[in-house]
Write a protein that binds this ligand. Structure first.
Ligand code: GLN
Length: 439
C-alpha cells in the first residue's frame, strides 16, 4: 500500500498490516535491506536509513566502529514524523558512513537489487531503496550527499527526492559532508514523496544551516501546470543507450502534456567529480575525527590512549572510509590546501552559477541521474570506477539544489531506468508538480 493509503487505515488495519510486513521481511532475508527491524511506536511504519537517530535504538551508519552505540535522542525528522502519525519501523542498510554508490561498503553485508539480485541496489541508501522496491516498506528515509537517495531510487525503480540544502534539518543525521548532506523521502510514487517531504521539512533551530522555511507542497500539487523544461543534449553524451532512450521518452511525455522544452548546455561533468570528492572527503575527515573509541560505540583497548585511538580506528573503519580519511587529510594539508581544497570550492561556485544561469529562464532541468542502469556486482572494479559512476548526481549537491529521480522505463533486461528533474533553490513545488507529468 502507498503512504497516502496508509494514512486512511484504522488502528486495527494498520496493526494487521504491520504484522504482515514483518512476516514479509522475515521471508526475504537474502535482500539484506534491513540491518534491524523493530517496530517503535504505533504509527505508519517507515524504514529509516541507519545514519538517522531514533532515540534508544542502535545506530551504526553501516560501520563496525558504531556497533553497540545507542542513539540518545531523536533526529528532528523523526520527531516530525512521529507528530504526523508515522513510526520508525526498521533500520536500513547503507554504505559505511554513506560513502559509496552500491551499498557494498557496509560492515553488515551487501544489499541486493530486488529487481534482479545480480545487480547492486545503488548507494549509499541502497537498503532503503531495496526495501521500498521489494514491497518491504511503504516508504523510507534516505540521505543524499552526492546522489545517495536519487541514484539507488533509480536503480530499484522507485522515487527518490533530495530537498534544497537547508530545507530539512540535519539534526540527528550522522554527518558525512555537512555542506552537502540532506535527508529526503524514498517512496513508491511522486505524491507519496511530496507527503513525506512535507512531513520532514521545515524550520529547526537545532540545525544552524536550516533555511527556516515552512512552506509546504501537497496543498498546491498541480499536475496541470505548464512549465518550461531544459534538456541537455551535450551533457547526455556520457550516458548509456538505455539512459538516452529513456531521456527521449521523457521529452516526448513532457511535450505531450504541454510543457515547453528548450535546449541548454551544462558544463562538463568531469569537473564535478574532482570538486565533489575533494569537498566531501575534506569534510568527512573532520566529521569522522569524533569516532575515537572513547565517546561512541566500539573500542579496542590499546597500550595507552593514543594506541587506543589507533587500534579502534584501524579496526573499526572499513577500507573505503580509510581511503577517504587519507584523501581528505591530504587535500586539507598545508601545501596542498590551495591546490586542491580551495580550487574545489571555486569549481563549486562555477557549477552553482552554471545552474543559476539555466534557471534564469527555465522552471526545471531534465537530467540523467546515473550513466546507466544498476551495475552488476563486480562491474565497478576500482574505487575510481565507482566515483566516476556519480557524474550525474553530485553537481546537484554541490549547488544545493532540490531534485527528484523517478523511473521512466525498463531496458531490454528488465532493469529500471530512472531520470531526475532538478529545480531552482526552494522551488520544491515546481519540482513535484513537474514530476507528476513523468509518472
Ligand atoms: N557515492 C557518493 C559518495 O560515495 C555519494 C554518497 C552519498 O550521497 N552519501 O560519496
Amino acid at each position: 500500500i502507498t503512504l497516502k493509503e496508509a494514512l486512511q487505515l484504522s488502528k486495527e488495519e494498520l496493526n494487521k498490516f504491520k504484522d504482515e510486513l514483518k512476516a514479509k521481511i522475515e521471508a526475504n532475508p537474502d535482500l539484506n535491506a534491513y540491518i534491524d527491524v523493530n517496530n517503535v511506536g504505533d504509527g505508519i511504519p517507515i524504514a529509516i536509513k541507519d545514519n538517522i537517530q531514533v532515540k534508544d535504538w542502535s545506530i551504526t551508519s553501516g560501520s563496525n566502529i558504531l556497533q553497540g552505540y545507542i542513539a540518545p535522542y531523536n533526529a528532528t525528522v523523526i520527531e516530525k514524523m512521529i507528530q504526523a502519525g508515522l513510526s520508525p519501523f526498521g533500520r536500513t542498510n547503507m554504505d559505511e558512513f554513506a560513502m559509496g554508490s552500491t551499498t557494498e561498503t557496509s560492515f553488515y553485508g551487501k544489499t541486493l537489487n530486488p529487481i534482479n539480485k545480480e545487480h547492486v541496489p545503488g548507494g549509499s541508501s541502497g537498503g532503503s531503496a531495496a526495501a521500498v522496491g521489494a514491497g518491504l516498506a511503504i516508504a523510507a528515509l534516505g540521505s543524499d550527499t552526492g546522489g545517495s537517495i536519487r541514484q539507488p531510487a533509480a536503480y530499484c525503480g522507485i522515487v527518490g527526492m533530495k530537498p534544497t540544502y537547508g530545507r530539512v534539518s540535519r539534526y540527528g543525521l550522522g554527518a558525512y559532508a555537512s555542506s552537502l548532506d540532506q535527508i529526503g523521502p524514498m517512496t513508491q510514487n511522486v505524491e507519496d514523496a511530496a507527503i513525506l517531504y512535507d512531513i520532514i521539512s521545515g524550520s529547526d533551530e537545532k540545525d544552524s544551516t536550516n533555511a527556516m522555511k515552512d512552506d509546504k507542497v501537497c496543498e498546491n500539487l498541480n499536475a496541470q501546470r505548464k512549465l518550461t523544461i531544459a534538456v541537455l543534449p551535450k551533457y547526455l553524451e556520457k550516458a548509456s543507450d538505455d539512459v538516452k532512450e529513456a531521456y527521449a521518452k521523457a521529452i516526448e511525455a513532457l511535450k505531450s502534456q504541454g510543457h515547453t522544452i528548450i535546449e541548454r548546455e551544462m558544463m562538463d561533468a568531469k569537473f564535478d567529480i574532482s570538486a565533489y570528492y575533494i569537498t566531501a572527503t575534506a569534510e568527512a575527515t573532520t566529521n569522522l575525527a569524533r569516532y575515537d573509541g572513547i565517546r561512541y560505540g566500539n573500542r579496542v583497548e590499546g597500550k595507552n590512549l593514543e594506541d587506543t585511538f589507533i587500534q579502534t580506528r584501524s579496526n573499526g573503519f572499513g577500507d573505503e572510509v580509510k581511503r577517504r580519511i587519507l584523501l581528505g587529510n591530504f587535500v586539507l594539508s598545508s601545501g596542498y590546501y590551495e591546490a586542491y581544497y580551495v580550487k574545489a570550492q571555486k569549481t563549486r561556485h562555477i557549477i552553482k552559477d552554471a545552474y543559476a544561469k539555466i534557471f534564469e529562464d527555465v522552471d526545471l532541468i531534465l537530467s540523467p541521474i546515473a550513466p546507466g542502469v544498476a551495475p552488476k556486482f563486480g562491474e565497478l572494479a576500482t574505487p575510481m570506477d565507482m566515483y566516476l559512476s556519480d557524474i550525474y548526481s553530485i553537481s546537484v549537491n554541490l549547488a544545493g539544489l532540490p531534485a527528484l529521480s523517478l523511473p521512466i522505463s525498463k531496458n531490454a533486461d528488465g532493469m529500471p531506468v530512472g531520470l531526475q528533474l532538478i529545480a531552482a533553490p526552494y522551488n520544491e513545488q515546481t519540482l513535484f508538480d513537474g514530476s507528476l507529468s513523468l509518472e
